[in-house]
Ligand binder design. Structure first.
Ligand code: CTP
Ligand SMILES: C/C(=C\CO)CCC[C@H](C)CCC[C@H](C)CCCC(C)C
Length: 308
């Protein structure tokens, strides 16, 4: 039989947490665990003073914790399957010559990161949720390494995400891309506009610059004959629109509240700086999948402030 005190109150858990978590213990989704730990180890005098509040059976918290684990593990499996399905679908479209390999690569570039972010609300509110989410790009990172180093051959992956069909290409753009997804998920997650805007610029903005620039980029940028006005203008416009749309999406879930006139100015600044950096000549220099998200993070950090 359980030896814990019985529940004799109608107070809801948040109230209990307030009583049992002194200010030095942050109220976070892991608080239930800390709370049950504190209750069991609470010194006797404090315990007796607050006897009427020593009410929460640790079992309830264990169930709460395991609910989060089940939900996050399920969400991870779902998103990993989604990533696998996306890459296979584009391989299929390329094989059937419905789209060119270069277009497939850019569509995977645009869609995978944006859909990945779009899935973030599926994860629980636990503080560990971001690490479960980061497992998705991490597994893809391992997949790129294994195939990029030719330890295993997978034509699907190579055909849908490389330009020339060489395995070693997986170790450049696609690898940097998933590394940026991991970085942003772990550092910013869905609670900060910084990560959301930076990934939107990398996926949406940079991806569209290539698609539009290759097709309509007749007028080249004076300082970089490889890039065009059409590519850069579309990067700025689409990057700005996708970033704003993503921020709106996350604000609907209540992850952050934004002052919209100010947010629009800030997103426009980030989009402008990212577009300028993307337009620079980078022969042998930093890949756009590193420079665009990093410079966007820095600009967003300076304009939004850090809200991890
Ligand atoms: N601002 C831009 C960006 C890209 N492009 C077009 O898109 C092509 C690919 O650009 P980019 O992605 O920057 O080139 P790479 O780094 O070589 O390719 P990738 O990022 O796909 O590895 C360019 O050759 C150019 O035709 C453009 O016109 N204007
Ligand atoms: C071609 C790419 C970059 C070159 O600029 C992108 C490579 C993408 C990866 C191989 C796959 C990444 C998958 C995402 C981490 C998860 C997507 C999940 C979603 C539900 C489809």
């Amino acid at each position: 039989m359980a030896t814990h005190p019985t529940i004799t109150t109608t107070h809801k858990p948040p109230l209990l947490r307030r009583h049992f978590c002194p200010p030095r213990y942050p109220l976070s989704p892991t608080t239930p665990f800390l709370t049950s730990h504190l209750i069991r180890n609470v010194p006797v005098d404090v315990y007796s003073k607050r006897r009427r509040f020593v009410l929460v059976p640790p079992r309830a918290f264990t169930v709460d914790l395991s609910n989060h684990l089940v939900r996050d593990a399920g969400a991870t499996v779902l998103v990993v399957s989604g990533a696998y399905a996306l890459v296979s679908s584009f391989d299929n479209l390329t094989q059937r010559q419905i789209i060119e390999q270069s277009l497939s690569r850019k569509l995977v570039h645009i869609l995978s990161g944006l859909l990945y972010m779009g899935c973030w609300p599926i994860f629980s509110t636990s503080t560990d949720a971001r690490y479960f989410a980061a497992l998705v790009p991490l597994l893809n990172c391992a997949r790129l390494l294994v195939h990029g180093l030719s330890l295993v051959t997978n034509e699907d992956l190579i055909k849908s995400v490389t330009r020339e069909g060489k395995p070693e290409e997986l170790l450049r753009g696609p690898l940097y891309y998933v590394l940026m997804l991991i970085l942003s998920t772990v550092v910013f997650w869905r609670e900060s506009p910084i990560g959301v805007v930076s990934l939107s610029m990398m996926c949406g903005g940079d991806g569209i610059a290539d698609i539009v620039g290759r097709r309509f980029g007749i007028h080249k940028i004076p300082y970089n004959k490889q890039k065009s006005w059409a590519g850069s203008i579309s990067m700025f416009t689409v990057g700005f629109l996708i970033s704003t749309g993503m921020l709106y999406y996350f604000s609907i879930f209540g992850y952050f509240e934004l002052n919209w006139p100010l947010t629009i100015e800030r997103v426009a600044t980030v989009a402008l700086v990212a577009t300028l950096v993307e337009s620079l000549p980078t022969k042998g220099g930093l890949d756009d999948n590193i420079s665009v998200p990093l410079v966007s993070m820095l600009t967003a950090y300076l304009s939004f402030g850090f809200q991890p």
